[in-house]
Design a binder for this molecule. Structure first.
Ligand code: NAD
Length: 261
């Protein structure tokens, strides 16, 4: 599989799943634009390491996915730099764990903006170019929470159910344009996002750290194992391949059996 001559924009790719997807696409030869928050020296080192390890062009956009103007400007910057955005991965996401009556309204707005609305703005900006070239891949990182709920995650679950709906709708709209639109729905993947929600879950449920890991997180996953970022990235690479050209509008679970229950 080679993506030489193709370019990919991956939101939220300075860490975790997004970074693994960016590296995996670069490994296959795609030029990549990474995006996300973090320490600028560390991000620059990540960007350089992608160029060095895979001999591709790697750019970084600091666009804040909560700001629609910055989101659209990032897509335009990638289109100008690479002459196209062939692969769009909407991956940036944040979490906040609290009972609905204690969820600050500004947290709701931020989660909906980053986890859902940003994907609308990138998709809206990138689809015309993909349509003109007759080829494109849009991959949304959804979640098992796009299919089922857990308590204390109302904004996140609402956003993830929303992105599953956005995926299906856009897939139908672009079905004859050579563009596929899918979402990947991982169960628990060991990343900073999961680590950061442990204290909130300890507080919300009155549990210890070990109890949260074993009795809340892995409790949901029949395999009792975390999904790895590389497994998610491998599925994203497959979705970009010609073999996956008839997979569109799908919500692909990778959750150790969680949502089969
Ligand atoms: P992570 O915290 O490691 O990565 C999140 C990325 O999003 C980072 O690069 C961060 O800088 C970026 N980001 C956050 N806010 C941003 C903003 N305002 N603007 C731009 N970038 C921003 O988390 P992760 O676990 O790799 O999560 C990636 C995606 O996978 C998210 O959409 C998440 O909901 C989803 N997901 C994660 C899991 C899991 O168990 N880790 C499970 C299912 C789905």
């Amino acid at each position: 599989m080679t993506f030489h001559g193709k370019s990919a924009l991956i939101t939220g790719s300075t860490s975790g799943i997004g970074l693994a997807i960016a590296r995996a696409l670069a490994h296959e030869g795609a030029d990549v634009m990474i995006n996300g928050l973090g320490e600028s020296n560390e991000i620059e080192e990540v960007r350089r390491s992608i160029e060095r390890d895979y001999c591709v062009k790697a750019l970084y956009s600091p666009a804040n996915m909560a700001n629609p103007h910055e989101v659209v400007a990032m897509v335009r910057q990638a289109e100008q730099a690479f002459e196209s955005v062939d692969v769009l991965v909407n991956n940036a996401g944040v979490q906040y764990v609290a009972a609905v009556e204690e969820l600050p309204p500004e947290k709701w707005d931020t989660i909906i903006a980053i986890n859902l609305s940003a994907a609308f703005h990138t998709t809206r900006a990138a689809v015309p170019g993909m349509t003109a070239r007759g080829w494109g891949r849009i991959i949304n990182t959804a979640s098992a929470h796009s299919l089922v709920a857990s308590p204390f995650k109302s904004a996140y679950v609402a956003a993830k159910h929303g992105i599953a709906g956005l995926t299906k709708t856009v897939a139908l709209e672009v079905a004859t344009s050579g563009i596929t639109v899918n979402c990947i729905s991982p169960g628990y993947v060991w990343t900073p996002l999961v680590e950061r929600q442990i204290p909130g879950t300890m507080k919300a449920r009155g549990l210890s750290r070990e109890q949260v890991i074993n009795d809340v997180l892995l409790e949901a996953q029949p395999t009792k194992q975390f999904v790895t970022v590389d497994q998610v990235a491998a599925l994203a690479v497959f979705l970009c391949s010609d073999a996956a050209s008839q997979i569109t509008g799908a919500n692909l679970s990778m959750d150790g059996g969680w949502t089969s229950q």
